[in-house]
Design a protein around this ligand. Structure first.
Ligand code: ADP
Ligand code: MG
Length: 259
């Protein structure tokens, strides 16, 4: 693992190890939309975990910067990329064609979990605007449904027709496993050129499960102007190689096992 970190640092001159570095201390200090802060509070998330504290401000800074986040399982990596995703997408559906964000995960169950986290975080966007805060949940729910972010799940085990229909609904965020996503790209001409924000989550497991070829195929179909994130519990050599090919001068946030 140490060796992997060193290699990444060597090739990317400006890559910095953020170990011990202090980011914003609270969600409130990160410049987040009131709707996101409200969702976090509703879910009982009072203070950011270390990986969130170090990743969220970096991912929201302009110009966008790529990031490799390495922290143990259970350290809160999902919100570390989901909070900036929802904030960057403005919490609302865009009529422009194609997904603006793509999250890749190694298994269907993980994709379903991440979808739930994202939907909960983005829920109620708009309810804080125009003096409607405190309106009943029904009105808020309707407003979210009509204007809120649209989410698409592209995973094995679902019918291809349903997934095709889901894609024609023009989701803002696609959460996918690599095999099925590549199938849609190749067989159904799913266009990935609109993707601005891409996350390789549980990246060590993506590679353990033999998705390397599919991931490289997907990488080639993404626009070069994208912001690319890679989150993992470990950083084996194969992953370092992938990060070198797919990420540009990434900031490396690496936390020790206890963090
Ligand atoms: P990882 O992807 O690093 O394994 P998850 O993102 O799945 O971790 O989060 C692990 C657990 O921690 C989840 O149950 C999540 O709800 C909880 N969690 C995440 N962020 C916070 C936070 N800021 N405060 C409290 N609990 C949190
Ligand atoms: Mg995770």
């Amino acid at each position: 693992k140490k060796e992997g970190t060193k290699m990444l640092k060597m090739t990317k001159g400006k890559t910095k190890i953020a170990k011990g570095e202090v980011g914003g201390g609270s969600f409130q200090s990160m410049g987040l939309h009131p709707s996101i802060l409200r969702s976090l509070t509703l879910r009982g998330y009072k203070i950011p975990t270390p990986i969130q504290r170090l990743s969220i401000p970096t991912l929201l800074a302009n110009p966008p910067r790529d990031l490799v986040g390495m922290a143990r399982t259970g350290s809160g990596k999902t919100l570390a990329y989901m909070v900036p995703l929802v904030q960057r997408l403005g919490g609302r559906h865009a009529a422009t064609f194609g997904a603006r964000a793509l999250i890749l995960l190694p298994a269907r169950e993980l994709a379903v979990q991440v979808l739930k986290v994202g939907k909960e975080l983005a829920r109620g966007w708009g309810a804080c605007e125009g003096g409607h805060a405190g309106d009943n949940e029904d009105i808020e729910g309707e407003r979210s449904k009509a204007h809120g972010l649209r989410w698409g799940l592209v995973v094995g085990g679902e019918g291809l027709d349903e997934q095709f229909e889901m894609i024609t609904n023009n989701p803002d965020v696609v959460i996918a496993t690599p095999g099925r996503l590549l199938h849609l790209v190749v067989e159904m001409n799913l266009d990935l050129r609109s993707v601005q924000y891409v996350v390789f989550d549980e990246a060590d497991r993506l590679f353990e499960m033999g998705f390397a070829t599919a991931l490289n195929e997907i990488l080639h179909r993404l626009p070069s102007s994208r912001q690319t994130l890679l989150f993992s519990a470990t950083l084996p050599k194969s992953l370092v190689e992938f990060a070198k090919a797919g990420l540009q001068d990434p900031k490396l946030v690496r936390l020790d096992a206890e963090s």
